[in-house]
Design a protein. Structure first.
Length: 141
């Protein structure tokens, strides 16, 4: 009986999944998964080190819907892709990245709301600390 359990297929819904802490973490995971896929890796649900509550295609579908509903612009998507491939957010202290920083945060805020709703990202606490600023910002109620 133990042998049968060992080799039986486990479904994503059977596993305890770990949601992302924020949209930025989910975005970098998505970019890395898409890069691996384009380089020939086979993406199978539930085969990662940490079981996630979604597949990369789910995030792509969410992006498509946000773009079609005009919640995100092409500029947002281009900035997300460019800095996602670099695996770092735009630096607001660099003059050439100031606009990209604004677009990055707008896009991730929009994306995070949907990801929280779908339980892909953990719900934000009633307050959060912005990395770019040193003070505590209270989330709108």
């Amino acid at each position: 009986m133990a042998k049968q359990d060992k080799y039986s297929q486990k479904f994503q819904s059977d596993l305890e999944t770990v949601p992302f802490t924020n949209a930025e973490e989910a975005w970098f995971w998505f970019i890395q998964a898409q890069t691996a896929k384009s380089e020939g890796a086979r993406v199978t649900a539930g085969s990662g080190v940490v079981p996630r509550p979604c597949e990369p295609a789910d995030i792509l579908n969410i992006l498509n819907r946000l773009y079609r509903n005009r919640k995100l612009l092409m500029d947002h998507l281009l900035v997300l892709r460019h800095y996602g491939k670099r695996l770092m957010a735009p630096d607001f202290t660099r003059v050439k990245e100031m606009r990209a920083h604004t677009l990055w945060h707008e896009a991730l805020e929009t994306l995070e709301d949907v990801l929280i709703e779908k339980r892909i990202v953990k719900k934000r606490p009633w307050f959060h600390v912005d990395k770019d600023e040193t003070h505590v910002m209270e989330a709108a109620e």
